[in-house]
Design a protein around this ligand. Structure first.
Ligand code: DQA
Length: 146
């Protein structure tokens, strides 16, 4: 059984009403609950959190190491393009993570095409709206030890 943590950065609590053409119509809770059910059905344990503050996300990454989390699915949201602190936290704990984005960041403004995470992620999934999270989870489940 693997322990999986899904971390969500700023403004993702507004999913559903926030720029739905880019981010879809589903709320974060709907997406996360679907992940929780799928992970449970596959015999894994999944927890999730969302926070608008960089420091709280750093704390969550540090706590993940103490809690024995095996994999992180991370949508750093706007911090993708700015946060050395979150990058350093992930390097410090050395927990493999998949970077996820709802929108196709590579096809958006130039500043969104810079990520502080892609080069240290196991993989990156971007552009499938809420489904991006499920694709990341399926990849983790497929690669997890039986
Ligand atoms: C995002 C893309 C980021 O550029 C943006 O700041 C977000 C969401 C995405 O999931 O597409 O808040 O990470």
């Amino acid at each position: 059984m693997a322990s999986i943590l899904v971390l969500n950065g700023p403004n993702l609590n507004l999913l559903g009403s926030r720029e739905p053409d880019k981010y879809g119509h589903r709320s974060l809770n709907e997406i996360m609950e679907e992940l929780e059910r799928f992970a449970g059905a596959c015999g894994h344990e999944l927890h999730y959190m969302q926070n608008n503050s960089e420091g709280a996300l750093v704390d969550a990454i540090q706590k993940a190491a103490n809690d024995g989390v095996d994999h992180i699915i991370f949508n750093p949201a706007a911090y993708t393009h700015t946060s050395i602190a979150l990058r350093d936290a992930l390097l410090a704990v050395d927990i493999p993570f998949v970077e996820v984005h709802l929108s196709a960041v590579a096809a958006r403004e130039p500043f969104r095409q810079i990520s502080y995470f892609s080069d240290i992620a196991v993989g990156v999934i971007s552009g499938f709206q809420g489904e991006s999270y499920m694709l990341a989870l399926q990849a983790i489940v497929n690669q997890a030890e039986p």
